[in-house]
Write a protein that binds this ligand. Sequence first.
Ligand SMILES: Cc1cc2nc3c(=O)[nH]c(=O)nc-3n(C[C@H](O)[C@H](O)[C@H](O)COP(=O)(O)OP(=O)(O)OC[C@H]3O[C@@H](n4cnc5c(N)ncnc54)[C@H](O)[C@@H]3O)c2cc1C
Length: 379
Amino acid sequence: MTAARTATAQQKPARIGIIGGGIFGATAALMLGKHFDVTLFEQGDDILGGATYANQYRHHGGYHYPRSTETIREIKEAAPDFKRFYGSAISSEFPSYYCINAEGSRVTAEAFLKTCDRMGLPYVREYPDAEFLDASTVDLSVKTSEATYDYSRLKRLIRHRLKKERVTLKLKHEVTGARIGPQGEKVLTVLQSGRKKEYAFEYVINATYSQYNDFCRWLHFPLRRLEFRFKELVIVRIRTKPRVAVTIMDGPFATLVPIPGKRDLYTLGDVPLSIHKKTSRVRSASARNWKHPVSRWKEMFARCERWFPVLAKAQYVASMFIVLPIDVASNEADARPTECTYHGYGCWSILSGKIITSVTTAKKLLAEVRALEKKRATL
Ligand SMILES: Cc1cc2nc3c(=O)[nH]c(=O)nc-3n(C[C@H](O)[C@H](O)[C@H](O)COP(=O)(O)OP(=O)(O)OC[C@H]3O[C@@H](n4cnc5c(N)ncnc54)[C@H](O)[C@@H]3O)c2cc1C
């Protein structure tokens, strides 16, 4: 038993159920597991298999959000917490270039630089090698030291710590319902190998990302207005060295980012072609239930070669398909905040924006659970 657990031993440690073993659910489990009796439910056969796997692994510095100072501020505030907790999974193997497209960008070169200066985002005006960027297509190129996450390292680290914190990890356990019991306990219905079982908790955290609204519906909490984007990220092999990341801003353009720890591999995203489908009609959406379409990698290569000439000699490796849920209210400014909402009744939901905010969010949850526990102890 940890010291903190022993110290509160007169009162049994509260039981906390966390739904979703992505970076947000797993980090909350690690933080809360030091003090409480935590069970983490993941429907897949491993942790970090959802959006935390199928993304571009950017350790965001803020450059991607020139129209949302709120998102930049949140990223900057969250960075020290993430570094302290997961520092060894941050990779600075290559520089990251941000460029403003010559035509049709929602942000001008001047406005982009002003935002960087105002928000304290360091850069130097510089172009990457001509193989990685046709300079005639852009008005501006800046070199930054924005890092990336090494996904494999992050996963190993989290797996190891989950064992150490003695979080009960339940893989292949899908939460299919929730209700509030007669004593105020939260009862989750969980499906495993075709059998349903119920588990009771004092507190429950919903960290299911694109399935956010399922939990709200079960417990009659307000639903969030979400738009779901069904996206394809293409993995490509490029042998040209040295490696660099290049992102063309701000609108229907493209981005090429090396995958840390994978010598020749990159993720390629193309803003219009990556999105196979958009809808706000469904309440929840999961990549698991989405019939994967035919890959558009050939069209993406053809369109993106105008910026990235190196694609002419790149090889297609695979595609990752994922659903991106976006809060309709924050979409206009292209904001991607992480929101952790307390619904009351000992229940929270997280709608995450960026991985870098996962540790700060878990800290906030720990503070809120502790405050509620103090109240519970005086009852
Ligand atoms: C295309 C794309 C690119 C992105 N690029 C970046 C980037 O470069 N950098 C960055 O910081 N962020 C990026 N993001 C955002 C980032 O990926 C997400 O904010 C983050 O990974 C979400 O983590 P999560 O834990 O909330 O969700 P997830 O990682 O999706 O985890 C949710 C988990 O919940 C499980 N689950 C769902 N319902 C249930 C249930 N009923 N019972 C049990 N388990 C359940 C799922 O199986 C899943 O494992 C990107 C997102 C997308 C879609």
